[in-house]
Design a protein around this ligand. Structure first.
Ligand code: HEM
Length: 452
């Protein structure tokens, strides 16, 4: 429908011109977006390193954005765009984008997740053993990062431990370049990341060829999901080239690693800081089998069978979303919550600010998982984004987070070490500053259930 500018409000703007100070504040001030929303409203514009950027929050503005999918395109900072590559679905739009989502989405269908489940259970068991075998305090964050990487590399890619660890080294180098300045000066993080990208793509191409050969030879189903991609077609109905698929796999490693590792760290940190809620959750975890029995396999991810676990995960993702915001670029003028946003603006959807915004901000600042069992429909919950680009790996992330919560917390008591900084560093994803140091010991069941 054509816009009628006369009925729309002009876009409020901060006085920032060059955006240098705004950019510094953006990286340093955790309250950056919220304080400006309070001053300018739910849709406002500022300048970040010379780029006019429109920040939005709240269900009205975000709903309006999703409803005008054809008027916007995906957008990433230059460093991310280049390191993901021109074929990546994250850098594509329209039919190109949809076709690749259809192909890659097969890796996260329910039949695929069922296949991945035993691998994830085995990785949770290995992590539990590792924690219990250490007498000294352990930093959980690096362990959880490794775990998150192993899950994607072993499930989606079906890699054995040797290939997996070889890939990890290059992958970390590549990740370090993602949010750096995109100048390939020799030795800079960005230059190193570009070289690592080439090696990663070569490795992924080899992995793909091996999976295709095994599938063509009629080998039994692998633990990984790559055979599911066989026959994937592009927008013209032609099979996707191997280089195309390899770039989509690189995107999956990127999209699923840092995010899930952050969700796991924030889940354990929050529960350790809220012992009453941990005890409340543990009552429920006690009723779930581990390893999950055949008929019980879906219990951890079923909100009806494990409602407290579901509520706890939702509440952690609400207060500390792994992805604080995502971007679009306007191709033409659009209206967001009654405000006119011109063409060619980068729009940043603020997930973090939206999820804490509402009638009772004091209550929304508190960790209170019970709110999700009270039929609270007013709170905005958007940790996986929405619309045409909603997270493709949501089902895998949810499965892995819930299995880790059951497998670990049912059998291990974690105790926070004193004298550590538990504040969250927020870029690229929230993570406790000192790595979340804990002691682990086997969980001693209370004589009587807590709360009975
Ligand atoms: C807790 C974990 C995760 C969170 C919070 C998360 C969140 C998000 C968000 C907010 C987006 C952007 C949506 C948008 O632009 O509208 C996204 C995109 C995406 N995610 Fe996730 N994600 C998680 C885990 C994963 C995993 C495990 C995978 C796959 C292994 C994955 C694959 C993707 C892909 C491929 C996209 C791009 C979709 C597109 O552009 O069409 N994510 N995710």
């Amino acid at each position: 429908m054509p816009l009628d500018p006369a009925t729309l409000r002009p876009l409020p703007s901060t006085p920032a011109l060059s955006g240098v100070l705004e950019t510094l504040a953006f990286f340093r001030d955790p309250d950056f977006a919220r304080s400006r929303f309070e001053r300018y409203g739910d849709v406002y514009e500022t300048s970040l390193l010379g780029q006019r950027t429109v920040f939005i929050r709240g269900s009205q503005a975000i709903g309006d954005l999703f409803a005008q999918g054809d008027a916007v395109a995906g957008w990433w900072p230059d460093s991310v765009r280049e390191l993901l590559g021109p074929l990546s679905l994250a850098n594509r739009n329209g039919a190109d984008h949809k076709a690749r989502r259809r192909v890659v989405g097969q890796l996260f269908a329910s039949a695929a997740l069922k296949r991945y489940r035993p691998t994830i259970v085995a990785l949770v068991d290995a992590l539990s053993q590792e924690l219990l075998s250490s007498e000294a305090p352990v930093a959980l964050v690096p362990k959880l990062r490794r775990f998150a990487f192993r899950v994607i590399a072993s499930t989606v890619l079906g890699l054995d431990p040797v290939d997996r660890e070889a890939l990890f080294v290059d992958f970390e180098t590549w990740c370090q370049g993602l949010f750096s300045l995109p100048f390939a000066l020799p030795g800079s993080p960005f230059a190193r990341a570009r070289q690592a990208r080439q090696r990663l793509l070569q490795r992924l191409a080899t992995v793909l060829k091996t999976a295709q050969a095994a599938s063509a030879a009629g080998a039994p189903l692998a633990a990984g999901g790559l055979d599911l991609l066989a026959g994937g077609l592009d927008e013209a109905g032609l099979p996707l080239g191997d280089d195309d698929v390899a770039e989509q796999l690189l995107l999956l490693l990127f999209a699923g690693y840092e995010t899930t590792a952050s969700a796991l760290s924030c889940l354990l940190l929050t529960l350790l800081q809220h012992p009453a809620e941990l005890a409340w959750l543990q009552e429920e975890l006690d009723s779930l089998s581990w390893p999950p029995e055949e008929g019980d396999a879906g219990a951890a991810t079923d909100a009806l069978r494990a409602p407290r676990l579901d509520a706890v995960v939702k509440e952690v993702m609400r207060l500390t979303p792994p992805v604080g915001g995502f971007f679009r670029r306007t191709r033409e003028p659009i209206a967001l919550a009654g405000v006119l946003v011109p063409a060619d603006r980068v729009v940043q959807v603020s997930i973090a600010a939206s999820q804490r915004h509402g009638a009772d901000p004091e209550d929304l600042a508190r960790f209170r998982p019970q709110r999700h069992l009270e039929g609270d429909t007013a709170t905005t919950l958007l940790p996986y984004g929405g619309g045409e680009r909603v997270c493709l790996g949501k089902a895998l992330a949810e499965l892995e987070i819930r299995l880790l919560a059951v497998g670990l917390l049912q059998r291990i008591t974690l105790t926070l070490e004193p004298d550590q900084d538990l504040t969250l560093k927020v870029i690229p994803s929230p993570s406790p500053a000192d790595g979340l140091r804990v002691r682990a010991c086997p969980w001693a069941r209370a004589a009587a259930p807590v709360g009975s």
